[in-house]
Design a protein around this ligand. Structure first.
Ligand SMILES: Nc1nc2c(c(=O)[nH]1)N[C@H]1C(S)=C(S)[C@@H](COP(=O)(O)O)O[C@H]1N2
Ligand SMILES: [Mo]
Length: 339
């Protein structure tokens, strides 16, 4: 049975996310922010086992320390930002229980059931191609855990469902600057971890593994492009792409790459997994566009998962509502052709 049809999910939802919890949480966050603590209080975690305090602020002293990832679910400290959405958050159990991570299976509940096997610490990322600083980087060299920010973004899957998600992370531009791309770098490619012993879904050739995605450099440097290491105030659960994944809120969800192990700077447009699987259905750009339908379904509306109503529909917005920030990136391009 699909996760969201399961009566237990319904019960879980009503128990964990009474209406208004979102507002309470925001109010609490504002209060702690004003006190200068900046800690995200998470009411959902109140009954959970006490978590080990993270040595979040301390800069990594050694390469080994730099590669230590926080335990999935560990509390993170993040600064509030003005990136918000005029809608309630999708419930935490929807965000962490209704997932696409095909390396663990194609059912929405598979990632939450099977991703636990994935080793996420220590974690390092190989940086290659058109860069003056190619080498392996420990997670904490890429991400300063004392400078995390929270951004609430809309998430629109190409399958015509959506969520509102409170990500925690750092701007992608900050990470990329540390990696010293050369002027010749016009594209960047992200690659997901691949380990058949830990990922039961890769036994089937659903996609040409490893999962790869890519962006034009100016897209990657856009203010909205984000590297997430957490969600809902906690280190990313494995099913959401622990310990680090990309978030590109104006594009369909599959443009975001989970559990990144490689970043390549390139002179020309890289191949991408879904484009290889079906070029007439999934383009390189894949910007959210209600006027360009998927060959097999309309993209005009979306089903909201884990939000205020249950499975309510809303109209899909151009660039998922982020035209102001990103429309200029595509000036002069035919978006029906460059889908
Ligand atoms: N490695 C990898 N990354 C992936 C996917 C995947 O199957 N494998 N699915 C994509 C799709 S289709 C979506 S909608 C988002 C889902 O992210 P979420 O589960 O955190 O909501 O991850 C994207 N990144
Ligand atoms: Mo998706």
């Amino acid at each position: 049975m699909k996760f969201w049809r399961n009566p237990e999910y319904q019960t879980l939802r009503s128990e964990l996310t009474p209406e208004g919890l979102f507002l309470d949480r925001r109010t609490l966050m504002a209060a702690t922010g004003a006190l200068g603590a900046g800690t995200i209080l998470n009411p959902l975690a109140a009954d959970a086992a006490p978590q080990k305090p993270q040595t979040a602020g301390a800069p990594p002293a050694t390469a080994a320390a730099a590669a230590q990832a926080p335990q999935p679910g560990a509390t993170l400290t993040a600064r509030r930002t003005t990136y918000a959405v005029a809608d309630v958050l999708s419930s935490e159990d929807a965000v962490t229980g209704y997932n696409n991570f095909y390396e663990f299976g194609t059912d929405k509940s598979d990632p939450a059931r099977f991703a636990d096997k994935m080793t996420v610490s220590p974690w390092s990322v190989s940086v290659e191609g058109e860069t003056d600083a190619p080498r392996s980087y420990g997670l904490r060299e890429l991400v300063d855990y004392s400078k995390l920010e929270e951004r609430v973004y809309r998430h629109r899957c190409v399958e015509a469902w959506s969520m509102v998600v409170p990500w925690v992370g750092v701007p992608m531009a900050d990470v990329i600057r540390k990696l010293k791309p050369k002027a010749s770098a016009r594209f960047v490619q992200f690659e997901t971890y691949l380990n058949p012993k830990e990922m039961r879904g890769v036994r089937l050739p659903v996609l040409d593994w490893p999962y790869v995605e890519g962006l034009r450099m100016d897209e990657a440097m856009n203010e909205l492009a984000f590297m997430a290491v957490g969600v809902y105030g906690k280190a990313l659960p494995k099913q959401n792409g622990a310990p680090i994944r990309t978030v590109l809120p104006w594009k369909y969800g599959f443009k975001g790459t989970k559990s990144i192990v490689r970043i390549r700077f390139l002179k020309s447009q890289p191949p991408t997994s879904w484009n290889k699987a079906g070029a007439n259905e999934y383009g390189f750009y894949s910007n959210v566009n209600p006027e360009v339908d998927h060959p097999r379904w309309s993209q005009a509306t979306e089903r909201v998962i884990g939000g205020k109503g249950f499975n309510e529909r809303r109209r899909t917005e151009m660039f998922n509502g982020y035209s102001k920030q990103v429309a200029s990136l595509y000036a002069g391009m035919d978006l029906a052709k460059n889908y």
